[in-house]
Ligand binder design. Structure first.
Ligand SMILES: Cc1ncc(COP(=O)(O)O)c(C=O)c1O
Length: 342
């Protein structure tokens, strides 16, 4: 079975892990500091604070914004529950938006402006969210780059537009360390607050703090992966072109990547139900997935009619394997199966 996702780990990661194990220093240290500096340069942000997951990053990002109680936070319905969890953990109120079915990005309705007190905007699947429109909300903006690290919006890296931006280094992400996360900001005040909350130890007060620290072992892996990010993006772009050419004669609607975007997931929509396609691909040795497990409006028991594009996309979209480590033989097999089924 060709897996839906697979990390690209090589000699560099192996050597990095060995180096840390031999050093005897596993906890947050020089490797984490190095990661924070390199990522800040890459995202063109002044500060990066590494944490141990994207979820921890989302939690801290919402905490340091010090929003009014139960603040209305805008997010798309078509995203994983990590975003919803962070909103609930901080006592805020999720306000769900529908998506653009072509780009899978949150579409903010201008009528919502007055009610919204913060925006949590993921760049989905390597595409970029409409930052310019979200900026007209005049509320704090958190960019979620978990699925788009390395993408550019109007020539600038995603992650440098929001008041805060978060990343995830979970095993299936663009670059990975098993688990891991980071928050970027150009605000000195927010950065100081984030660093304070990340670690509870050695304090002379009882303020509520967390243990959200990343280990040097994970940071060493992520550093090795960050060195390869541009090569990963190029390989993903090339594979995207191979799929676009190979699937052009099928009934599938193929994704379109604007300049600066790249296929983190290759999400196609098709007249047949996604559930049927997933089973058919699996029986031919290719693992394909619903790009989002379950829309948030369904989990929250909200009406499908208010989220028509999310509902349709969930029923008809599948993500087919696309990652740097795919071999040419695997790519040929995926294309052959896709051409038959789509
Ligand atoms: C858009 C998005 N943000 C945040 C997260 C959470 O990241 P983590 O799994 O590192 O907690 C995910 C997880 O897949 C995600 O898809």
């Amino acid at each position: 079975m060709i897996p839906h996702s697979r990390p690209s780990l090589g000699k560099e990661e192996e050597e990095a892990a060995l180096r840390i194990i031999r050093s005897g220093m596993l906890a947050q240290g020089d490797e984490v500091a190095h990661l924070e500096q390199s990522l800040a340069e890459r995202l063109q942000a002044k500060h990066v604070i590494a944490v141990n997951s994207g979820s921890a990053a989302l939690h801290l990002a919402l905490l340091v914004l010090t929003l009014p109680p139960k603040a209305n936070v805008l997010l798309p319905s078509y995203v994983c529950t990590a975003l919803l969890n962070a909103i609930r953990l901080t006592g805020n109120t999720p306000i769900l938006a529908d998506i653009d079915p072509k780009t899978f990005q949150l579409v903010a309705s201008t009528t919502e402006h007055d009610a919204i007190q913060a925006v949590l905007a993921p760049h989905m699947f390597g595409h970029t969210v409409d930052i310019d429109t979200l900026r007209t909300f005049d509320t704090p903006l958190i960019e979620d780059c978990a699925l788009a690290l390395g993408a550019r919006y109007k020539g600038k890296p995603v992650g440098g537009f929001g008041d805060l931006a978060i990343c995830s280094f979970y095993a299936t992400k663009v670059i990975c360390g098993g688990e891991g996360g980071a928050i970027a900001t150009s605000s000195d005040t927010l950065a100081e607050h984030l660093r304070d909350l990340r670690d509870y130890d050695g304090r002379k007060d009882t303020k509520l703090r967390y243990n959200y620290k990343l280990t040097d072992l994970q940071a060493a892996l992520i550093n090795a992966q960050l060195d390869k990010l541009d090569a990963f993006l190029q390989r993903r772009l090339n594979l995207g072109k191979v799929y676009a050419a190979g699937l052009s004669q099928t009934d599938a609607v193929l994704p379109f990547f604007k300049e600066g975007e790249f296929p983190f997931r290759y999400v196609i929509t098709h007249p047949k139900p996604a559930s049927e396609l997933i089973t058919a691909f699996e029986s031919r040795g290719v693992s394909v997935r619903n790009p989002v497990f379950y829309p948030l409006h369904n989990l929250l028991k909200l009406d499908d009619a208010s989220y028509p594009h999310t509902t349709q996309t969930h029923k008809h979209a599948i993500s087919i394997p696309l990652y740097p480590d795919l071999s040419d033989i695997e790519v040929d097999h995926i294309l052959q199966v896709a051409q038959e089924l789509l």
